[in-house]
Design a protein around this ligand. Structure first.
Ligand code: FAD
Length: 450
């Protein structure tokens, strides 16, 4: 059945990044019967996007990623997607801090990669938006805070004027407020938690979904935008692998925070990254590594039998979870390099945060080939928060049959096309079962969590 503005549309994971964006674009286009469903109220406490900050950067990996990055930067900065004239979109623009971004390294291999990036930017006509920084002095000129003791020996890098950070949880909250104004309906908790699909007698058409409390929702379209949980909820035929990355916070005094105000995002692919302090003087520090899996025997909806699936464990449901002991070492190392004057500060809010990798790091946004009317919108591959203002526009295009061909091709159903467990990461992900230190409530059961 073709969609019309009265079609009933369910969006599971609507409290997260891709789901809330999809609801927003549907609502802005005049769709009247949208319901978002999630385990937690928007911004969902377990969304990867429910975070202090995320990097706004443009990827040049392929033309689709480049287009998305440019559209997203525009949308955060000053562009209302459905208006011809450029203006601030108040749903998003207050949450973009265009502080600039430094991508840097001291290792010859990574410096070669950075030089290749500059060449690609020039080839794409974007050379004027970046500056190559050849020496430590040039780096310090762009990021004066790195003169405060940071170990930047041998570093070279790229400075991106059009980049910075996004106040992530606040931006999703802002989307949620606009959804309320549009009259979008919400189901959270057990009545918003996906359990199964309702299928036609021949099993080929999706007629709706059942939630954990047994509520049956009938719908014209069911969208599964449930992030790292999606491969546990329905059988994605191993196209996505849930992986966790980690972060920790440090608290600065007001005087310390003042010195780092306006600091560009510093990203070193061998070490990690950090952001300027937020309004409460908190700095988030991340290390860089291939992610952690959590494989269990589990039977997602549509699978014939239980299989090995990497299943997320929500920090919201397990608030005493932290991260593996190994992460404490790499996060501390990042602090020693970037922010050595804070090496003795206490770390807090140590957390695992879950994403869904695909083998080729492209999104998976398409109709499920077995169930007409069921659309998956996932495969964020750890770099999709920045797409919050615009990704929903493309999901709506898919629903309406107008998605541009290269996106349709990149985001198609593609089992067997590669190893999502490895993805394009430098090494295979380690499994949390082999890593002590993160689980502090092993007595609490995961039963019914996914
Ligand atoms: P989510 O935002 O996680 O949303 C999934 C939603 O599904 C959640 O709300 C969840 O509650 C819901 N859900 C789960 N199970 C169910 C169920 N059974 N029923 C209903 N709903 C359910 N990206 C960037 O662009 N820049 C960055 O700097 C960046 N840094 C990152 C740093 C870390 C440490 C991590 C972990 C990720 C980072 N990312 C970054 C990636 C980014 O956060 C993700 O790509 C993006 O948020 C994923 O969006 P999503 O909508 O697919 O999933």
């Amino acid at each position: 059945m073709l969609l019309d503005k009265n079609s009933v549309i369910l969006i599971f994971g609507g409290g997260g990044t891709i789901g809330s964006s999809t609801a927003l674009h549907l609502a802005r286009k005049g769709y009247k019967d949208i319901r978002i469903l999630d385990v937690y109220p928007i911004p969902s406490a377990q969304s990867a996007g429910n975070d202090l900050n995320k990097i706004m950067g443009t990827s040049l990996r392929n033309p689709v990623d480049r287009q998305l990055g440019i559209e997203a930067e525009d949308a955060w900065h000053a562009y209302r997607v459905y208006s011809m004239k450029r203006s601030n979109d108040p749903t998003f623009s207050p949450y973009y801090h265009r502080s600039g971004r430094l991508d840097c390294s001291g290792s010859p291999e990574s410096i070669d990669d950075l030089k290749e990036t500059v060449a690609k930017l020039q080839a794409a006509g974007l050379g004027h938006t970046v500056e190559w920084l050849d020496t430590e002095a040039q780096i310090i000129q762009r990021v004066p805070q790195l003169a405060l003791g940071s170990d930047i020996r041998g570093w070279q890098g790229i400075f991106f004027e059009r980049g910075g950070w996004l106040s992530a949880a606040k931006a999703i909250d802002s989307v949620g407020k606009e959804l309320v104004r549009h009259g979008v309906r919400f189901s959270f908790g057990d009545s918003g938690t996906f359990q199964s699909l309702i299928l036609s007698d021949d099993g080929k058409t999706c007629l709706g979904a059942v939630t954990k409390d047994g509520t049956r929702y009938l719908a014209d379209r069911v969208i599964l935008a449930s992030g790292a949980w999606t491969p546990s909820l329905v059988d994605l035929e191993d196209q996505c692998c849930a992986k966790a990355w980690v972060y920790a916070h440090i608290q600065l005094t007001p005087k310390e925070a003042e010195a780092y105000a306006g600091c560009p995002v510093v990203y070193n692919e061998d070490i990690g990254f950090f952001f300027e302090p937020n309004e409460d003087g908190i700095i988030k520090v991340c290390d860089e590594f291939p992610g952690f899996t959590r494989y269990k025997m589990h039977q997602p909806f549509g699978a014939q039998e239980p299989k090995l699936v990497s299943v997320p464990r929500s920090h919201a449901r397990h608030p005493t979870d932290t991260y593996p002991d190994a992460s404490e070492i790499t996060i501390r190392k990042a602090i020693d390099v970037f922010l050595p004057k804070f090496e003795n500060k206490e770390l807090f809010n140590r957390a695992l945060c879950w994403c869904a990798d695909t083998a080729d790091a492209n999104l998976l946004i398409c109709e499920h080939p077995k169930w007409k009317g069921c659309v998956v919108a996932t495969g964020d591959s750890g770099h999709s928060f920045k797409l919050l203002p615009i990704i929903g526009k493309h999901v709506v295009e898919l629903l309406e049959g107008t998605l541009q061909e290269d996106m349709r091709e990149a985001w198609r159903w593609r089992p067997g096309s590669g190893d999502a467990r490895k993805s394009r990461r430098a090494a295979p992900a380690k499994d949390l079962a082999d890593l002590p230190g993160w689980n502090h409530d092993s007595a609490v059961s995961d039963e019914g969590e996914y």
